[in-house]
Design a protein around this ligand. Structure first.
Ligand SMILES: Cc1ncc(COP(=O)(O)O)c(C=O)c1O
Length: 364
């Protein structure tokens, strides 16, 4: 028998994969509860989903036709939403696809990406697939980037810097000063604004000054259509033209395209739901303020990175899981006492708060 792994690209044979979130049925099975009892606060999803107007738009799709490879309608709508010319925006199958395309466009095997941990794992995952070494620069204790350290590790093989703002899981923003210092290096700076709609703060105004800036956004979180996979990027005309050239022709399927357009057409209703999540995050903050043993980092997103002093995050995670509440656990030492908790509906927040109180009391 042929050992087909010998025919594979060697760096992919033992690649460390990315573990996405499990479906609710799996979570329920692990907790011994019914799927409808699961409270998913582990993926920063929007538990409200998309409003009725978006669901209605999905009811009569011509799914026997291929979608538009040029994404004409969606790009026109994105241009209007972002205030950018149409040839400076492009949609991807989630922000994830755009991350992958940027790695494909800018790195040859061996050319490097700079990543500032803790952060979203897809940057380093896509780099591993592209055979681009990741230079990991730890963030400072307040989770801001260590700018001097980032500048110091740049060499002639460095191509890209990825920074999320707000950062996942820490919730803090990249400052204009930091962005400018990085853009002045001439490298590609990808500022990932997946959580933009929860804070309204963007560095997109720097696009006119810097050809090497690209802004990533997503419809997964604020617009409640994570399952349809739509994200987009804003960049220079040159960058967008080349990304359009290398993307899969039909990367945005008909349902995804229709839902994204409907979300933008009904943005007030969609944004209202996102705003409710911000309110619930604030409510959770207030409760934690009065609870001994739990602290949190200020967040600009729809999630909160919480620290359970003197407790292993795994213990707390399991305690919450037994109560049907699923949050995000991390495997790194630096986050060994921390969990990322997504903002939920008011009812989910009620259940979460009562579960946290129980679990914290158990640990005393
Ligand atoms: C910072 C960040 N960027 C990108 C993404 C990917 O989003 P999408 O669902 O659009 O691929 C996520 C999802 O968790 C994220 O947290």
């Amino acid at each position: 028998m042929t050992d087909i792994t010998k025919l594979m690209r060697p760096h992919l044979v033992k690649v460390s994969t990315y573990h996405g979130v499990d479906p609710s049925e799996e979570l329920a099975r692990s907790a011994g509860i019914k799927p409808e009892e699961v409270v998913r606060l582990n993926a920063n999803e929007n538990p409200y989903g998309a409003p009725g107007e978006v669901l209605d738009a999905l009811s009569n799709l011509k799914i026997h036709l291929y979608p538009d490879p040029e994404q004409r309608k969606l790009r026109a709508k994105l241009a209007e939403y972002t205030g950018q010319p149409v040839n400076r925006v492009m949609a991807g199958a989630g922000g994830d696809e755009i991350i992958d395309l940027l790695l494909r466009l800018f790195t040859e095997p061996g050319q490097k990406l700079i990543d500032c941990e803790p952060t979203f794992g897809m940057y380093s995952f896509c780099a591993r697939i592209a055979d681009a070494p990741v230079v990991m620069v730890p963030r400072k204790d307040d989770w801001s980037i260590d700018l001097e350290h980032v500048l110091a590790v740049i060499d002639d093989q460095t191509r890209l810097i990825f920074l999320a703002s707000p950062n996942n899981p820490t919730g803090n923003l990249l400052s204009e000063r930091e962005a400018r210092a990085l853009l002045d290096t001439g490298l590609i700076l990808a500022v990932d604004e997946t959580y933009y709609e929860f804070c309204g703060k963007s560095l997109s105004y720097l696009l006119d000054e810097y050809e090497n800036l690209v802004i990533l956004r997503s419809f997964s979180k604020w617009a409640g259509i994570a399952g349809l996979r739509v994200g987009y990027c804003i960049g220079s005309e040159t960058l967008i033209r080349h990304l359009m050239d290398i993307k899969q022709p039909y990367n945005i399927n008909i349902a995804a395209e229709t839902a994204a357009i409907a979300a933008l057409d009904n943005r007030d209703a969609v944004l209202k739901r996102a705003q409710t999540l911000v309110e619930q995050r604030k409510r959770l903050e207030k409760t934690l303020d009065d609870l001994d043993g739990v602290t949190y980092y200020p967040s600009e997103g729809n999630f909160l990175l919480c620290r359970f002093a003197g407790r292993s995050a795994k213990d707390v995670y399991e305690g919450l899981g037994r109560r049907g509440i699923f949050v995000r656990l991390f495997s790194t030492d630096r986050l060994a006492d921390s969990l990322r908790i997504s903002a939920g509906t008011p009812e989910q927040t009620d259940r979460l708060i009562s579960a946290i109180r129980d679990v914290v009391a158990e640990g005393k």
